[in-house]
Design a protein around this ligand. Structure first.
Ligand code: TYD
Length: 210
């Protein structure tokens, strides 16, 4: 999907709710911007007008687990077509708060969706395409839950899940990372924010600027 002369890169940030991705995404985008990288910041589910409507349903409406998985991929199909592919083709970088690893972690790991059904949807929606680099924020769900609670916002359908759900999500993320170690950078999200930002900057420098 990348342009021949100035290939864009696709970077994703993953982790359980409350792992602290959001502020680090902003920092990573600023780091890239300072190096002259033209980029788009986006998120899943969402990133397009239709995807944002699907996000509203996914975060707040009860639904069958397979409906949930298919809507995640429906939003993703739109995101790829409308934003991700055009940006990469034009040589811009795309930084996304979540992508298909989240579906593997939350729907397969957390909810128990058949892994073969996930694999079929992934192969349908983005065959031969994965992020160039994925930062996985790994954190004890007990710490993450305390962070979500202290943020004070009304919890969505996922944030209301119990500790054991997030234990399964965390474990599934780590399985996915172990299966593609060249793509993943696993971050100890219990570290101070400045340490995490330094690790992200060092990883970006090593992967893309040496
Ligand atoms: P997120 O944007 O991280 O939530 P917040 O706005 O609270 O920071 O993600 C929204 C939720 O959607 C999150 O709980 C994880 C869930 N999700 C899935 O279950 N599967 C997916 O494929 C994606 C992309 C997100």
């Amino acid at each position: 999907m990348s342009g021949a002369s100035a290939p864009g890169r696709f970077l994703t940030f993953e982790g359980i709710d409350g792992a602290g991705k959001s502020s680090q995404i902003a920092g990573a985008c600023a780091w890239l911007d300072a190096r002259g990288i033209s980029l788009e910041q986006t998120r899943e589910p969402g990133g397009t007008p239709l995807g944002e409507q699907l996000r509203g349903l996914l975060l707040h409406e009860a639904m069958h687990i397979e409906t949930e998985a298919m809507l995640m991929f429906a939003a993703r199909r739109e995101h790829l077509a409308q934003r991700i592919a055009p940006a990469l083709t034009a040589g811009r970088w795309v930084v996304s708060d979540r992508f298909s690893d989240a579906t593997y972690a939350y729907q397969v790991g957390g909810r128990g969706l058949d892994a073969a059904k996930f694999a079929a949807l992934e192969a349908w929606v983005h065959p031969d395409f994965q992020p160039d680099l994925t930062f996985l924020f790994d954190l004890d769900p007990a710490i993450a839950a305390a962070r979500v609670a202290s943020a004070g916002a009304a919890p969505d359908r996922f944030e209301r899940e119990q500790r054991d759900f997030f234990e399964r999500v965390r474990a599934a993320y780590l399985v996915r990372a172990a299966a593609a170690p060249e793509r993943f950078c696993v971050i100890d999200a219990s570290r101070p924010p400045a340490d995490i930002a330094a690790k992200i900057g060092a990883t970006l420098a090593e992967r893309f600027f040496t």
